[in-house]
Design a protein around this ligand. Sequence first.
Ligand SMILES: Cc1cc2nc3c(=O)[nH]c(=O)nc-3n(C[C@H](O)[C@H](O)[C@H](O)COP(=O)(O)OP(=O)(O)OC[C@H]3O[C@@H](n4cnc5c(N)ncnc54)[C@H](O)[C@@H]3O)c2cc1C
Length: 490
Amino acid sequence: MFIDLFRKTANDGEVKFPKATEALQQRLGASVIIDKEERFRVSFDGSKLSFMPDAVIRPKNHDEIGELLRLANEFKVPVTPRGAGSSLTGSAAPLKGGWVLDLTAWNEIRVDEVTGMAYVQAGAVIGNILAAAEKVGWFYPPDPSSIRFSTIGGNIACNAGGLRGAKYGVTRDYVLALKGFLPTGEYVEWANDLRKFASGFNLRDLWIGSEGTLGVITDAVLRLIPKPQSRWTYLASFKDEKTGLLAIRDLLATRITPSILEFLDRESVKCAESATQKEIFSGQAGRPVALIELDGYPARVAEEREIVLAWGEKHALASKEASDPVKEEELWAVRRTCSGAMFELGDTKLNEDVVVPLRSQVELLSFIREISAESEIPIPTFGHAADGNFHVNIMFNREDPGHRERARDVLFSIMEKVIELGGTISGEHGIGLAKTAFLRMEHRPAEVEAMQRIKKALDPNGILNPGKIFDVFEYWAQTPIKIRLPWDHK
Ligand SMILES: Cc1cc2nc3c(=O)[nH]c(=O)nc-3n(C[C@H](O)[C@H](O)[C@H](O)COP(=O)(O)OP(=O)(O)OC[C@H]3O[C@@H](n4cnc5c(N)ncnc54)[C@H](O)[C@@H]3O)c2cc1C
């Protein structure tokens, strides 16, 4: 089945760097895989843009990674580090071919129960890190929706975030140390299993969010926090987006920091309701909702619950609460179903993850509603309202040229608006290929040049994940391969 798809969709898999790949095979033996189907499997990521590499390398040890990078520099072969390949921006797709360095088998996890630190290899899956921590009373807070499959190497390389961002922060806030290789093949360790360091430049933080362009991460030490002891969930609906978002500002002003504060606009709610054939609140179909979770010590959660209930009385049209897993799941249904249900509105989704200051949330959402009405492009939007991070889902039909063009124009207008409001083009997914057209909207020439000088200094031959972040790529004009990925809704 998979190989049939490969035959239909990928290029013929012609090898671009035969001499270098042969030399690599001689040095690394069975770690170098040149089987076409295997190469096809790593030729794309969540973006579904496929570029065939010459080989997949599954290294057995650190020495093999060093050797691979030294050869890549000698023969000028592009190398793309890879975890689960769940990137939504094309950052893990081997745009220029070459070699894909697959670290998914590097998945060891050890938790130090006393210090609350996790020692993990790059391929460890986030959900497994969380489970290992929880087993001994600790907690790893960053929780991307890809928690069940994405790896810590990929999460660090993208500085992944999740629902708990406003209270607990993102991946960067939990990385104490990194080990790995410079693009030129030297082994390095940035910091150690220490809670403090002030020695030399902080290249650890420079690697975080560098999307596999500045180094290969092999190992990390993560900071854990004590596992929150109790949780309470609440769902409320509002008259419209403005009322809901202003109410959320009022809630935050009470000094409560919910562990989760998701806001779904009416279009997202309609998608969920149509998929489940059920109104979330009877008689209140298609109203925006906020999903709130409190966590922490039971006494504190109980106190905060009272504040949220009183707030709901004042601002919400209807509300429900839950404190057992079955009821919680019922409240979560709207958030879990809305994303997949959006494909009823178009066969293609441009999934943006912009962030704006809290003061600008209302303006952004009303701009999106207006532009959606004008262009007749549906744009269901939901997000992490306590940190201003919205998933703006521009839905269109790829085969319809008019639709495609309007979707592209809408995307540019939204990005311009986000920058005008003092926001950023990505809060979670990174730039990859998908957002390269907007990097220079957000950053001054001097800022982009400074980033490129750093890249040049660490990777003089430009071998590590080339073509990402800086080179403008017309993402929306590409044709993704027709393939169903494990996490696809339909
Ligand atoms: C259904 C779904 C939900 C998602 N939800 C979220 C979300 O809530 N929040 C969020 O932030 N993201 C989300 N994502 C995006 C994606 O899961 C994240 O970007 C994640 O960090 C990618 O991890 P990965 O292991 O799949 O990395 P990959 O996709 O394999 O790689 C991503 C990037 O990291 C680099 N990289 C990977 N491993 C290494 C390494 N060892 N050393 C150096 N560079 C490396 C790659 O070169 C690439 O640039 C979601 C994706 C899907 C499909």
